[in-house]
Design a protein around this ligand. Structure first.
Ligand code: NDP
Length: 330
């Protein structure tokens, strides 16, 4: 057996966690020989539900699940964590301004960032899901200087999966034929799903589909607005597919990336090869050797369409950063 991997999860009684925790415990994320301990964060609001989640996990008799602990103290939950999956966040209220949401959520991520800094494993990998996830990840990173900046991710894998789905449907191919599908920038409607570098069956997607109007006027907005479209149908935000994409995002870091392929993750822009402003958490194509670490792919073609779209999402993230300057010491 390998050493138990300790996974801290915030928002552990929420919808996404209700799918994800069972995937983590089953071995389908970290592998069938990898014991897991789950350290779950709740609040006074959610404590009963959290106890219920822990009871269900225990009753599932997963052979790899070695321990489930629950707490309302972020320092206890982050203790020695190898991974921190930061899912909890305050939802946007009716008519609430984005700046207020950034501020209120930002305060949660200041506290949890400090807890990471004090208590988590020194090489803890951090995946922020709670929205606005890029800027929340930035706040956590800036408040956790003891953890390498490179270890902070915000989830854009769901956007990548949505983009792959649309490309596969359009080309009439199974989605496993779609590769090199990057999402650039913010996990918001300014995100840039990259059809220029995407491949279908090993060929450029633009040669396979041969319909630029579709790429620009249908594919791009469909992917960027998919979250909102789903809320209209369901009356709540995506939970199961988000949990699947978090599992995908972790697996992409703990298994080697296929040659020539990539996965999307919003990571720190320090030293990035595309000239994107440093000090942001920005989705880019990455690849991994499977050791939990990654590098940013440096061979993606940036044409005029991508350059303009990337500049717009970059601008949005710069503005978000300005809104939370008081939480990150600038
Ligand atoms: P839920 O509403 O089901 O759960 C949210 C959790 O956040 C609750 O369990 C709550 O737990 C916690 N929370 C923390 N602070 C607060 C607060 N101040 N007020 C209210 N709740 C709080 O949400 P989901 O699980 O569906 O989604 C979680 C987050 O993930 C959301 O921010 C959502 O926007 C985001 N998301 C991100 C996606 C991405 O691709 N990046 C995709 C889909 C969703 P507790 O009471 O224990 O604190």
């Amino acid at each position: 057996w390998q050493k138990t991997v300790k996974v801290a999860v915030t928002g552990a009684s929420g919808q996404i966690s209700n799918h994800l925790l069972f995937m983590l415990a089953s071995g389908e994320v970290f592998g069938k020989n990898q014991p897991v301990a789950l350290q779950l964060l709740g609040s006074d609001r959610s404590f009963g539900a959290l106890e219920g989640v822990a009871m269900e996990l225990e009753d599932s008799l997963y052979p790899l699940l070695r321990e489930v602990s629950i707490s309302t103290d972020p320092f206890a939950v982050m203790s020695d964590a190898d991974w921190a999956l930061m899912i909890g966040a305050k939802p946007r209220g009716p008519g609430q301004e984005r700046a207020d949401l950034l501020d209120q959520n930002g305060r949660i991520f200041v506290d949890q960032g400090r807890a990471l800094n004090e208590a988590a494993g020194r090489n803890c990998k951090v995946m922020v899901v709670g929205n606005p996830c890029n800027t929340n990840a930035l706040i956590a990173m800036e408040n956790a200087p003891n953890i390498p900046r490179k270890n902070f991710h915000a989830l854009t894998r769901l956007d990548e999966n949505r983009a792959k789905c649309q490309l596969a449907l359009k080309a009439g191919k199974f989605y496993t034929n779609v590769s090199r599908t990057a999402i650039w920038g913010n996990h918001s409607t300014t995100q840039v799903p990259d059809f220029i570098n995407a491949r279908i069956g090993g060929r450029p997607a633009i040669d396979v589909v041969q319909d630029m109007k579709w790429f620009k006027e249908e594919f791009t907005p469909t992917v960027a607005n998919r979250g909102g479209a789903l809320i209209k149908k369901w009356g709540r935000s995506s939970a199961a597919s988000t949990a699947v994409s978090i599992a995908d995002a972790i697996r992409s870091l703990v298994t080697p990336t296929a040659p020539g392929d990539c996965f999307s993750s919003a990571v720190c822009t320090d030293g990035n090869p595309y000239g994107i402003k440093e000090g942001l958490i920005f989705s880019m194509p990455c690849r991994s050797k499977g050791d939990g670490d990654y590098e940013i792919c440096d061979d993606f073609i940036i044409d005029d369409w991508l350059r303009k779209k990337i500049a717009a999402t970059e601008e949005e993230l710069v503005k978000e950063k300005e809104c939370v300057g008081h939480l990150i010491g600038i």
